[in-house]
Ligand binder design. Structure first.
Ligand code: 4AD
Ligand code: MG
Length: 434
């Protein structure tokens, strides 16, 4: 094994005709008399490694026949062009070493239930479908960061341990913090606002936490959120930013993952290709009328739930922006619409095809007296927010931002029914392990 250079499967095309060594795991195997076909994966790709009886010692050929799924192995052989393989190449094996023979791997090619697979998530991650999802996730995160980095935003890390609630007190995770209480952050936004007053345009990107008691296909208790925040921006500018950003992220992912989306995840790409400007922008009031007219009883002031979101989103061929919600159903920090103070200058972006709300944001209240009233109305103690009010005491300006949930975005782009597959180790009300 030692003489041949160790290469990754993704680089195999650079080694046609050469002898190389691969290190990886046995994904699957079939045999036909004088031949064993081993599907070897190394994390960067999967290649068919062919053992011909006449090419290798007899014991090796016999041992390869018994090689269990997910055995860790090293193989040496010649790289051959092969038009039938998706990779374009296969390996003609000369030598094979077993690092560890994995007996009784719990995930076999037969169908397993989701609960079983989630319990074995640490192993389920080795399947082709999960590789595709995690690579798309990686590209989404990269596209998100590139978008802001290329436009003069500064990455601004917000704390995870916080003294106060950002998104209401009903979904707070409390943690003992020496002789006081802390909460896991629900959103980095309030800190992002401090960042915007310091650096103009920032984005917070990190894990966020919600003690969500709901068991839905869209809710995790730990999820990643990217939150741009921009000084001197109003709601219209915020909607322009969200729209431009989403178009850019989807285009980036389509350009890189067409094959994985189509072939591995069986995603219909047409709806993704339609993610182009302009997105329809409708008010909450119009949204309620549309939903009610579509046969879902709903009145002004009601929350737009998951089912209603789907009804509304299905009326459009691309993401839809719903703006100006009743202030009573929104967080304390939203600026009221000066034309109708019952309304908050907020916007949600609903993904098409029933994937639900992927973005929530809006314009922030910049007046200190109005904010103090809003805090009181929502029963929030003023003390932990005093630093936040300072931002309005010294050089307050109009500003806006939004939060995009990474997992819901991955579910939408990959076409996954449930967010549990969008992150390596999902956390839900029912699951803290593995
Ligand atoms: O609408 P949300 O609660 O907005 C905020 O947290 C604002 N502070 C963001 C801001 O303006 N900076 O959450 C934003 C997004 C949602 O649209 C959704 O994509 C995602 O975060 N999200 C969740 N994703 C998975 N599981 C949950 N429990 C989620 N809650 C929100
Ligand atoms: Mg929201």
């Amino acid at each position: 094994m030692s003489e041949a250079p160790w290469v990754y499967i993704q680089d195999i095309h650079q080694h046609e005709g050469q002898e190389v060594a691969l290190k990886g795991w046995l994904y699957a195997k079939r045999s036909s008399g004088k031949l064993h076909f081993l599907q070897v994966r190394d994390g960067t790709g999967t290649i068919q490694a062919v053992l011909f009886k006449g090419d290798v010692p007899e014991e090796l050929f016999a041992a390869a026949d018994k090689l269990p799924q997910e055995a860790s192995i090293a193989v040496r052989g010649a790289v051959k062009k092969d038009a039938r393989s998706p990779l374009g190449f296969e390996l003609s094996v000369k030598d094979l070493a077993v690092l560890q023979a994995a007996e009784g791997y719990p995930i076999t090619p037969k169908e397993h239930g989701v609960a079983y697979l989630m319990e074995h998530r640490h192993l389920w991650l080795r399947s082709a479908r999960q590789h595709a999802i995690l690579r798309v996730r990686h590209s989404i995160v990269k596209a998100v960061r590139d978008y802001f980095d290329e436009r003069g935003f500064t990455l601004f890390d917000a704390p995870i341990l916080t003294p106060a609630a950002c998104e209401g007190t009903s979904t707070l995770f409390e943690v003992p913090y020496f002789d006081q209480k802390a909460y896991l952050t629900q959103s980095g936004q309030l800190y992002g606002e401090a960042g915007a007053m310091a650096l103009g345009k920032v984005y917070v990107f990190g894990p966020t936490f919600r003690a969500e008691k709901s068991k839905t296909r869209r809710h995790l208790t730990e999820f990643w959120m990217v939150e741009p925040e921009v000084a001197f921006m109003d709601l219209a500018g915020d909607m322009d930013l969200a729209e431009d950003f989403l178009v850019s992220v989807v285009a980036h992912v389509l350009a890189r993952h067409e094959r994985e989306l189509k072939e591995v995840l069986e995603r219909d790409l047409e709806p993704l290709r339609r993610v182009q400007k302009p997105f329809p922008r409708i008010s909450y009031t119009e949204a309620v009328e549309r939903i009610a007219k579509a046969g879902h009883p709903m009145k002004w002031g009601d929350d737009i739930g998951g089912d209603e979101e789907t009804v509304l989103a299905n009326q459009f061929d691309r993401p839809v922006m719903v703006h100006r919600y009743p202030a009573a159903m929104k967080a304390f920090y939203f600026k009221r619409d000066p034309d109708d103070t019952k309304l908050a200058l907020g916007v949600d972006v609903l993904a098409p095809e029933g994937y639900g709300e992927i973005v929530g944001g809006g314009q922030r209240e910049e007046n200190i007296a109005t904010l103090e009233v809003a805090l009181k109305e929502q029963g929030l103690p003023p003390e932990p927010f005093s630093w936040y009010l300072d931002l309005r005491r010294w050089g307050s300006v109009p500003h806006a931002g939004f939060g995009l949930g990474i997992e819901r975005t991955v579910a939408w782009i990959c076409g996954l029914h449930h967010v549990r597959e969008t992150i390596p180790f999902a956390r839900t009300i029912e699951r803290l392990a593995p």
